[in-house]
Design a protein around this ligand. Structure first.
Ligand code: TRP
Length: 344
């Protein structure tokens, strides 16, 4: 049975949004609006799988929403909401807790990395987190999910869960007129050149909100002076820029800055090197400062403006949640019938 095409993705409200989130996720979300119906979710329930200071969680939830809006996601044509306002996510998670196998979750590399040696002491939620992610997507029967490399394994698990649900309940699904599959197998959308944005202090580490040095990242709320300072101080090597991509292979810091330029400009690394190759790094950095300020400055300013009116942001989340709930409730009604729950 063909499923209606629908895009779903989520962003965790934990810490500052930075250039990596912008180029890796949010710009992709923006681009997909033209060709798909999209649901973008601020996943506050995922956030609390590790401790979040309550006031901070509220603030960051609004800030991610502000970033969505400032970057150009249209909350009327599409849906922007926060996860905890649609209880069906949690309801479906329970069913999925009973579909997914312990062995599947045990293989999740992100859990192993996050739990580290402290396995006995992390929350049960952190372990079950991929089931919640599967429920996020499948409660809307979404077909396409823009995700970064680091979430591909979780998305595969979502497919496995959808598949096992479809198999386990095949008879009930067909008896209730849903054909041979109730859930679609959601596909990743990994568009454009892989935009892996690395730390400005160390080209071998990803740009991260948890890096102790604020100079390692450009935050979406940084002003023009901050952006300029961080790029000027970004680590480089003494060589001029190469004219071809091959020359970047052993130069992670140079490669990162060229990649950032290309992504912000919407062009290729080769084209950037065609323009700046052979020249001094300082010339290139000046151009990068101008470009980054031109692209990010207005976003940061708009976010600040939006954050001054939390009531307006909350109203957008309330509206999005109400619309999301309508779809999610339909799915849950069907799931309850398929599973055999008595309902009124
Ligand atoms: N786990 C994702 C992350 O940490 C966020 C997320 C939650 C998500 N639910 C999702 C992404 C559903 C895509 C689809 O980045």
């Amino acid at each position: 049975m063909p499923f209606k095409q629908l895009v779903f993705s989520g962003v965790q409200p934990t810490g500052n949004l930075h250039l990596g989130n912008y180029l890796g996720a949010i710009t992709k979300f923006v681009a997909l609006q033209d060709n798909y119906d999209c649901i973008y979710c601020v996943v506050d329930m995922h956030a609390i799988t590790v401790w979040q200071e309550p006031a901070e969680l509220t603030h960051t939830t609004r800030e991610v929403t502000a970033a969505f809006l400032a970057c150009g996601i249209d909350p009327k044509k599409h849906i922007i909401f926060n996860q905890s306002q649609v209880a069906e996510h949690t309801e479906l998670t329970w069913v999925f807790n009973c579909v997914a196998r312990l062995g599947w979750l045990n293989r999740m590399t992100q859990f192993k990395e996050k739990a580290g040696k402290d396995r006995e002491n992390v929350s049960v939620g952190l372990f079950a987190y991929p089931n919640l992610m599967a429920a996020d997507i499948l409660v809307y029967r979404a077909t396409h999910v823009p995700v970064g490399e680091d979430q591909k394994q979780h998305l595969e698990l979502s497919r496995d869960i959808a598949q096992k649900f479809n198999n386990d309940f095949a008879k009930s699904i067909s008896e209730r007129g849903f054909g041979d599959a109730f859930f679609p197998l959601p596909e990743p959308i990994i568009q454009g050149p892989a935009t892996r944005v690395m730390s400005l202090r160390d080209g071998s580490k990803k740009m991260s909100k948890s890096d102790p040095s604020d100079y390692s990242r450009i935050n979406l709320t940084d002003d023009a002076d901050n952006i300029a300072q961080k790029i000027r101080k970004a680590r480089t090597d003494p060589e001029p820029l190469p004219s071809e991509e091959k020359g970047l292979e052993t130069r992670p810091e140079a490669e990162n800055l060229v990649g950032i330029y290309a992504a912000l400009e919407g062009t290729t690394r080769a084209a950037v090197l065609g323009q700046f190759g052979g020249g001094q790094f300082s010339t290139f950095k000046n151009a990068l400062v101008d470009l980054a300020v031109a692209r990010l400055g207005p976003i940061g300013a708009e976010m600040k403006k939006l954050m001054q009116d939390p009531g307006h942001i909350d109203a957008i989340l309330a509206d999005g949640s109400a619309r999301a709930r309508v779809i999610a409730a339909q799915t849950m009604t069907a799931v309850k019938d398929i599973v055999g729950f008595v309902r009124s």
